[in-house]
Design a protein around this ligand. Structure first.
Ligand SMILES: Cc1cc2nc3c(=O)[nH]c(=O)nc-3n(C[C@H](O)[C@H](O)[C@H](O)COP(=O)(O)O)c2cc1C
Ligand SMILES: C=C(O[C@@H]1CC(C(=O)O)=C[C@@H](OP(=O)(O)O)[C@H]1O)C(=O)O
Length: 392
């Protein structure tokens, strides 16, 4: 079973990750991991930090001569913010001393983990909550997941995502309009989606909407506000029969939802038509079954490739919502944790809309879940062994 852990503070010296359970013999390079890391750094609406971070994970174990060995794979990634000439971070995040020369942060931002961090860990300075809850950590999540993604790709399973809404700008018919655009692309595999979406500064497949989304980000940035939106990720090449309906915690849809909702700022997830299916009647929601070319198929894919928590063999369609970024230039009300007085929120460097970047995180975090469902069915400690089983 593949599992991974990350460690590191947003402005600490580096992020660390360990992924284990990856079968031996999978070809992987640091450059392949860097591809998705670079994608995660790009997108209109990002803040100043992404302009100077150059994310690249260095592998220090578990890979030999370009292939996984089956041992845990450890990776490190420096935070350039920590080292920058004018940076105060080594002092603010010092391992030793009493912090007397560091001003504590006492004004929590609604929507971030500031106040909940104080309530949970009894911090008298919000800084440690900011540091670990920050989506900086998703850089290492993407690095670890890229290895699972490579594993899936080896067996013909591709993942690709795109942005469908930013604030009030989105497809008029969120299901039909997106299917018309995306489904014809799936013939060539879901990576076609991300490769096309990456050409848009907001990772939207529609040119008009791209322009409108950009304009809206400019407007909200000027107002000192922030934005979230909706996204879709599609996975092609999954065989039928992955996952299970026998226990709640083995249903694939539930595991995917956990991976998504476990990501910073993701507030909802749907499989296939999701919420929209609740507005329609049965005949126009369920996917009729046909038998063609010696196999069972569906006429449509409104269930998004899952029935009973098990893959149907149709593309997996996952959709989600990201809330607007909590840090905003124009303040809202909050309360100082020391004085208990009402005050304005404080601002620190921030993205205005991180959805075009976050889509790469959504694509990534589902990869270990899918890789595990695949491994559960086809097993194997090495790529060679899995290939033998698939051939049988
Ligand atoms: C890629 C990405 C970038 C983000 N950038 C910021 C940011 O610059 N400023 C901010 O306040 N929140 C940002 N967030 C959201 C916060 O990390 C998140 O809201 C916070 O950790 C609280 O967690 P929750 O929203 O899941 O409750 C970002 C999230 C993602 C996924
Ligand atoms: C550093 C990243 O995103 C950060 C996520 C984030 C937050 O609060 O989640 C706040 C910002 O941090 P900073 O104030 O240092 O600019 C973002 O830049 C990243 O994605 O790599």
């Amino acid at each position: 079973m593949i599992r991974y852990l990350t460690a590191g503070e947003s402005h600490g010296p580096k992020l660390t990750g360990i992924i284990e359970g990856v079968p031996a013999g999978l070809p992987i390079t640091e450059d392949e991991i860097a591809l998705h890391l670079a994608r995660r750094q790009k997108g209109y609406g990002r803040g100043g930090r992404m302009a100077f971070e150059k994310d690249k994970a260095t592998i220090s174990s578990g890979v030999r001569f370009g292939k996984t060995t089956g041992a845990p794979i450890a990776m490190q990634m420096p935070n350039r913010a920590h080292e920058k000439d004018d940076s105060n971070w080594p002092k603010v995040l010092a391992k030793e001393g009493n912090g007397d020369d560091v001003d504590p942060i006492t004004v929590p931002r609604p929507g971030h983990a500031d106040l909940t961090g104080v309530q949970k860990y009894r911090y008298d300075d919000i800084r440690p909550a900011i540091e670990r809850s920050s989506a900086r950590e998703t850089a290492m999540r993407v690095a670890c997941s890229s290895i699972a993604r490579k594993f899936l790709k080896h067996f013909g399973i591709e993942i690709g995502g795109h942005v469908t809404r930013i604030g009030k700008v989105g497809y008029e018919q969120p299901w039909e309009d997106v299917r018309d655009r995306v489904d014809p692309m799936l013939e060539d595999g879901a990576e076609t989606i991300f490769k096309t979406a990456d050409e848009s500064p907001v990772r939207c497949l529609d040119e008009d909407l791209t322009q409108q989304m950009r304009d809206l980000i400019i407007k909200r940035r000027k107002e000192g506000s922030s934005l979230g939106g909706h996204w879709e990720v599609v996975v092609t090449g999954l065989p039928a029969g992955l996952g299970s309906f026998v226990h709640w915690d083995r249903k694939l849809g539930g595991q995917l939802a956990q991976a998504i909702i476990g990501t910073q700022a993701m507030k909802g997830v749907q499989i296939g038509q999701g919420f929209e299916s609740g507005r329609r009647h049965g005949q126009v929601v369920h996917d009729e079954i046909i038998h063609e070319d010696g196999t069972f198929k569906r006429r449509t894919n409104r269930m998004g490739g899952l029935e009973g928590g098990v893959t149907t063999g149709m593309p997996l369609i996952i959709r989600g919502v990201m809330k607007p970024i909590p840090t905003m230039l124009t303040p809202i009300d909050t309360v100082d944790i020391h004085s208990k007085e009402k005050t304005d929120t404080r601002y620190e460097r921030s993205d205005v809309c991180a959805l075009p970047r976050a889509i790469v995180v959504a694509e990534s975090v589902i990869a270990p879940v899918l890789a595990n469902a695949f491994l559960e069915k086809f097993g194997g400690d090495s790529i060679e062994e899995i290939e033998e089983r698939l051939d049988q």
